[in-house]
Design a protein around this ligand. Structure first.
Ligand SMILES: Nc1ncnc2c1ncn2[C@@H]1O[C@H](COP(=O)(O)OP(=O)(O)OP(=O)(O)O)[C@@H](O)[C@H]1O
Ligand SMILES: [Mg+2]
Length: 395
């Protein structure tokens, strides 16, 4: 279900928006409108929906209108025209009282610049939103301390912002937004000012936090890699308009125009693939009831030194290595139970990056197993190599 619906949103800076709107309707560009009227079209009529629990990315170069959109959603800026619905309620029609409740409870915002109170402690900064909501002091601090633990700042509550690093300040900002437990988080380039390592760390933490808290998030970034990593879907903005909306994969495989194609071509597409998409069906697999002789023959057939073993129920039971099977066959044993080893497994949705890491460590093939333990396929060194070869050819 759509949590946020934005329709035909425009925001024009200047004292004669009507003139600019007319030209906009007639198809004039942002630049032409500026020269003719002196009005800046920050947002030139955009529509999109964000689903409940989704992380939606607004992506675009500097000046494309991302911050303006996000600030119209909680009406830090008044839209010039258009409508914004949150949970079916029109934000632009809210009166002062409704707006205060909306901002205080439903929506939290994290900015690029930390926007912390310099003279307050970390704890007081986090508790600020609860204070304005009239939550009693004891409860306020209790909740804020909990949130500080969640964002990894438990020991820092008595410090002041200038005693913290950039990454930590941003955690305080996030904690402050989360303290009031809003349904929606608006995040405007929250990690852009951080250096790459800290930034990566913060991204990972947001991902794992989001798995637990499942907020609806609009996340602004001009970094495509960050957008792909964090987002379920994204909108690519240019000059106040949206060129394309979709999942990263959709946008990569079918860019709507040359601009989008250029914008995304820098990113390595293979990075977005998952185990499910690169796995192969092994030439042979062994049934739990089959013996070492057959195991050896099957391994010879597919020229491997291992074979995955499954039960009648298609569930993965383990792996058998050829050296163990040979020993067993020599002894004349019939069952393979004794040499069955635990196989390295990955989930169908495991990212290629994680697969690289896992295989890099062991060099072994990985069995792809779903949540129910069913064997789905295998990721082998060969499947990775062929993928790299394909990548070479280019799109
Ligand atoms: N207060 C303002 N008055 C006039 N024009 C403004 C104002 N704020 C923004 N603009 C203009 O509106 C357009 C969109 O700005 P906005 O800040 O939304 O872009 P952005 O995509 O967030 O950029 P950045 O990545 O640099 O943050 C720009 O052309 C900008 O110059
Ligand atoms: Mg901005």
């Amino acid at each position: 279900m759509a949590k946020i619906v934005v329709q035909n949103l425009t925001k024009i800076y200047g004292d004669e928006p009507r003139k600019a709107l007319e030209l906009l309707r007639d198809g004039y560009s942002k630049e032409e409108i500026l020269t003719r009227t002196g009005q800046t079209v920050a947002v030139g009529g955009i529509s999109f929906e964000v689903k409940e629990g989704e992380t939606f990315i607004l992506m675009g170069l500097s000046g494309s209108g991302k911050s303006t959109v996000i600030r119209c959603i909680n009406r830090l800026l008044e839209p010039t025209t258009g409508s914004i619905c949150v949970d079916g309620k029109r934000v632009e029609e809210m009166d002062k009282r409704e707006l205060r409740a909306f901002r205080g409870q439903k929506i939290g915002m994290v900015f690029q610049q930390f926007a912390l109170f310099p003279h307050r402690t970390v704890l007081d900064n986090v508790a600020f939103g609860l204070e304005t909501k009239g939550v009693p002091k004891g409860e306020r601090y209790e909740r804020s301390e909990e949130i500080l633990v969640r964002v990894g700042l438990a020991g820092w509550k008595a410090k002041r912002p200038d005693e913290l690093s950039g990454g930590m300040k941003q955690r305080v900002g996030l904690a402050r937004a989360l303290a009031v437990d809003p349904d929606i988080l608006l995040m405007d380039e929250p990690f852009s000012a951080l250096d790459p390592l800290i930034r990566n760390e913060m991204q990972e933490e947001l991902l794992s936090l989001q798995q637990r808290i499942k907020k609806t998030i609009i996340f602004v970034t001009h970094d495509l890699g960050e957008g792909l990593k964090l987002g379920d879907r994204m909108a690519i903005m240019r000059d106040g308009r949206i060129d394309q909306t979709g999942t990263g994969k959709e946008i990569f495989s079918h860019p709507a125009n040359d601009y989008v194609a250029k914008f995304v071509q820098k990113v390595d597409v293979t990075r977005m693939l998952t185990a499910e998409e690169i796995m192969i069906q092994p030439g042979e697999i062994l049934n739990l009831l089959e013996g070492p002789q057959l195991a050896i023959r099957k391994m010879e057939l597919c020229d491997t030194d291992y074979i995955f073993v499954i039960g009648r129920d298609r569930k993965l039971k383990g792996i058998v290595w050829v050296k163990d099977a040979l020993k067993l066959a020599e002894k004349g044993e019939k069952g393979i139970q004794g040499i069955l080893k635990q196989a390295d497994t990955v989930h169908p949705t495991t990212s290629i990056e994680d697969i690289y890491l896992r295989m890099g460590r062991t060099g072994r093939s990985l069995a792809v197993v779903d949540g129910g333990g069913n064997f789905m396929g295998a990721v082998t060194a060969r499947s990775i190599l062929s993928l790299l070869a394909e990548g070479r050819k280019g799109p």
